[in-house]
Design a binder for this molecule. Structure first.
Ligand code: TMP
Length: 221
């Protein structure tokens, strides 16, 4: 794969911190795209293929045999990119090639936010991996933005067993949010920022409005 980034109009990603309401929003976008008559592949990261889902479990819910061994930030980054390498080649590229929309719950922006912002790894290294391993940018990225306290209060109400990353402290999630917002500011053409402090149905309606606008502008055509 070439070391350049191609922005693909039919690749749509949804991003955000914990408790931002991604699930309700992604289901609403899925329904919207299908109502327009499009084939939609709904997927997620880390994950989306059997191998990538195994890697997801290693990163988020390690079993007893390995849970005691601290996972280094560097290994975490390479694992999420290993999962992404499979996901891009096995699922995303074939779907885009046959003209389908790919709607993914998280993509490379999450690596900049969590491993770059949260863990403090060098963004230039992530950018290099992105060019070499992924080569693709979404045509539209919907960022569900909510302050850390509100998001965590929601997530805590839902998750009885928080995973490795959900167990991080608030300052980690403040850095994650800051990187997401910075990236949205730097690329307003690709990003739509949605206020995710609203009730979930309102968030979903705003997200669908962004997708409708995107389609109306002839993007994704
Ligand atoms: P979620 O799908 O429930 O949001 O869980 C995925 C978790 O994985 C979330 O805490 C963010 C994290 N993650 C990373 O740390 N780096 C990545 O590149 C991706 C895609 C996700």
């Amino acid at each position: 794969m070439s070391a350049a980034l191609l922005r693909h109009p039919r690749l749509i990603s949804l991003e955000g911190g914990e408790g931002a309401g991604k699930t309700t929003a992604i289901n609403a976008i899925h329904a919207c795209l299908r109502a327009h008559g499009h084939e939609v592949v709904l997927t997620r990261e880390p994950g989306g293929t059997p191998l990538a889902e195994r890697i997801r479990a290693l990163v988020l819910k390690p079993d007893e045999a390995i849970a005691a061994e601290p996972l280094s930030a560097e290994a975490e980054l390479l694992l999420v990119f290993a999962a992404r390498a499979q996901h891009v080649r096995q699922v995303i590229q074939p779907a885009l090639r046959r003209g389908a929309f790919v709607l993914t719950d998280r993509f490379t922006d999450s690596s900049y936010a969590y491993q770059g912002g949260g863990r403090g790894l060098d963004a230039a290294w992530i950018a290099d991996l992105e060019r070499r391993v992924v080569g693709l940018l979404p045509g539209l990225t919907l960022l569900l933005d909510v302050d850390v306290e509100t998001g965590r209060a929601r997530a805590n109400g839902r998750d009885l067993w928080p995973d490795r990353i959900e167990s991080e402290q608030d300052d980690f999630f403040q850095r994650v949010r800051a990187v997401f917002r910075e990236r949205a500011q730097q690329d307003p053409q690709r990003f739509a920022l949605v206020d995710a402090s609203q009730v979930q149905q309102r968030v979903a309606a705003d997200v669908v409005a962004c997708v409708e606008q995107f389609l109306q502008n002839g993007e994704g055509a």
